[in-house]
Write a protein that binds this ligand. Structure first.
Ligand code: ADP
Length: 595
């Protein structure tokens, strides 16, 4: 099948050949005609010209004779070579000048049907008719000859048959040449197409492959001509394109990875408010499984109108806090535009923990101020009373001073606890790690609280086995156990039952302290390890509690890679459980000393 370039090339060749042949043919045939005409009139002029008076005079002489026509005819016959008379295309006629009758001629058909041509008419009027008319299909000259009383016209008529024959032959030759040329042009167009279109076809194939994303296709450069240069440029272009695309792909991958894994959520809304794109963090923060089904209105329209955001100009943005269930999000909205689309970009930042921390800090400061203000107020008022009352009984003054000392102790206690917690917070708490039998530590606490338990008529049950030797900070762990057992004594009405249980497995030991006391209400259980958290503030303060004991205890256990937890129990009372690894990681044993 002919490709379009083949066809075009062939048509161009055909057009070229045809127009060339037409021009050549026309030129040749016109020239042949005019040559023929010119040579006819030149011949005639040579014979009949006034300068060649001999022939014309002789004709006049002959015309005056009695058998003049045959004489004239004989003379013309004698000059027929010069005149080119061939009795076929060119004939002579001897006409009677008066009536135009043909008296003799070389024409076998006779000459009575001759047309009244302008030359013939001129001769009948007595002048030589030798005007040439290129448009006529004949050539003629008419020479009036008078001799005596006889008037004749020698009329030479050429019907251009020879010229037409010659033109006909020329036409045939040109036609053959044209056909031959056309044949050659068809062959040449194939040849040309092969050399020109094949590389172009290869370029097209390669360009198509590149358009399909295959950048590995390269074309061999086979020539140094324009097509060769085009091929080289094409190969260079596809190299550049490939490397540029790779760079773009890498950047895109980086951005995609960033987009996928960034902790902040990003949602892009298109101009029609639908969700264009979002990252997993956004879906998670907004607690939404099917983001595509929702639009801007479903999320933020009640906070800020979409069109208001669209009307913003960089670098301005809108931000507000958005709450989904128990999550607080900081939302930044800014418009974006690209060549193809535009819309609003929402960046979501989870500030739940931040807000909680702020709240905890606020509460903490309020708690510390409150805890310190009460004893300080007491100290001040007792001191002022002592100062104002000059004659106060010594015993009362002593009692006042005891209160001042105990309130000061309380403040010292609080400040020490706060210092301990702050050391934990900043990682400055140095642990004195050693190996010691855990049983000893538990026994020490039980022995120490025995009197206090007895004074409250509590039954103290020691149901723990012999624990393995553990690696830990003995002093701090004793502090933890003491805090829990003391709390059990404190928060159990007199005559209660306090049980200390324990056990061990390969890597860990556990210790549980349970009582049948007032228990901790369900709503307070999640907060029990928070700083300054107390279920019954009055009761705790009465018994000298600061609300910091359990938070310090839980920090100490955590420092030992263990867990202090409040256990669920069906019976009334409370159970705390300590779980500890038997061995601490190597690097923390460096401060230690063997027991
Ligand atoms: P406090 O110095 O007030 O005892 P803690 O941090 O040791 O502070 O305890 C926090 C709060 O937990 C206490 O105020 C008390 O309300 C509650 N609590 C702790 N242990 C018990 C227990 N065994 N029974 C009931 N409530 C307890």
């Amino acid at each position: 099948m002919l490709r379009s370039l083949h066809l075009k090339l062939m048509l161009i060749m055909l057009l070229l050949i045809t127009s060339l042949m037409t021009v050549v043919g026309t030129f040749l045939m016109t020239n042949v005609s005019s040559f023929y005409t010119n040579s006819f009139y030149a011949q005639m002029k040579e014979v009949f010209d006034e300068s060649n008076t001999d022939f014309v005079n002789s004709l006049r002489t002959e015309a005056a004779q009695s058998d003049n026509v045959s004489r004239i005819q004989a003379m013309i016959e004698a000059h027929s070579g010069l005149l080119g008379i061939d009795s076929r295309s060119r004939n002579y006629y001897i006409l009677n000048a008066e009536n135009g009758e043909c008296l003799a001629s070389s024409d076998a058909k006779g000459g009575n049907n001759l047309k009244d041509t302008p030359n013939l008419l001129a001769a009948r009027n007595g002048t030589i008719g030798q005007r040439s008319d290129i448009t006529a299909n004949y050539m003629d000259v008419a020479i009036p000859i008078s001799g005596g009383s006889h008037h004749y016209i020698i009329y030479i008529l050429d019907n251009r048959e020879n010229a037409d024959d010659l033109n006909g032959q020329l036409f045939m030759i040109i036609l053959q040449a044209l056909l031959f040329g056309l044949l050659i042009s068809v062959l040449l167009s194939f040849l040309l197409a092969k050399t020109m279109t094949l590389p172009i076809e290869r370029l097209t194939d390669s360009a198509e492959r590149i358009a399909d994303g295959d950048f590995n296709s390269r074309i061999d450069v086979e020539s140094n001509d324009e097509i060769g240069i085009l091929t080289t440029t094409f190969n260079e272009m596809s190299d550049t394109l490939q490397s540029t695309l790779n760079e773009v792909k890498n950047e895109r991958n980086k951005l995609d990875t960033l987009f996928l894994h960034m902790t902040d959520g990003v949602v892009a809304f298109s101009n029609d408010r639908s969700v264009m794109q979002y990252n997993p963090a956004a879906a998670q923060m907004l607690h939404c499984d099917d983001m595509d089904a929702l639009d801007y209105n479903a999320f933020f329209q009640s906070n800020i109108d979409f069109d208001q955001v669209l009307s913003l100009h960089s670098p301005f943005y809108e931000d507000f806090e958005y709450t989904v269930d128990d999550t607080t999000l900081e939302v930044h909205l800014t418009p974006f535009s690209s060549e193809t689309s535009g819309g609003v970009l929402a960046v979501l930042h989870d500030v739940t923990q931040q807000r909680k921390d702020q709240e905890i800090r606020r509460e903490f400061v309020a708690n510390v101020s409150h805890e310190l203000r009460t004893p300080l107020t007491n100290v001040r008022s007792y001191a002022e009373t002592l100062q104002d009352a000059d004659e106060m009984p010594t015993e009362t003054a002593h009692n006042f001073l005891d209160v001042i000392i105990s309130e000061t102790d309380r403040m010292t206690h609080i400040v020490q606890d706060l210092l301990t917690l702050s050391k934990f917070d900043y990682g400055h708490m140095e642990m004195i790690i050693s190996r010691f039998p855990f049983t000893d530590a538990v026994d020490d606490v039980c022995n120490a609280v025995e009197l206090a338990a007895k004074s409250h008529r509590h039954t103290l049950l020691r149901n723990y086995p012999v624990f393995p030797v553990i690696t830990a900070d003995r002093g701090r762990l004793t502090q933890v156990i003491m805090n829990i057992v003391s709390n059990a004594i404190k928060y159990t009405p007199d005559g209660g039952r306090i049980e200390i249980r324990g056990g061990a497995d390969n890597d860990t030991i556990w210790l549980e302290v349970s009582d049948n006391g007032i228990g901790i209400p369900a709503k307070d259980r999640p907060h029990i390890f928070e700083r300054f958290y107390r279920v019954d503030k009055a009761r705790s303060r009465e018994s000298g509690g600061t609300g910091l004991g359990l938070s310090i205890a839980s920090e100490i256990v955590a420092q030992h890679h263990g867990l202090l937890s409040l256990e669920r129990q069906d019976s009334p009372g409370t159970t705390f459980r300590i779980t500890l690894p038997i061995h601490q990681p190597i690097q923390e044993v460096k401060h230690g000393e063997d027991a």
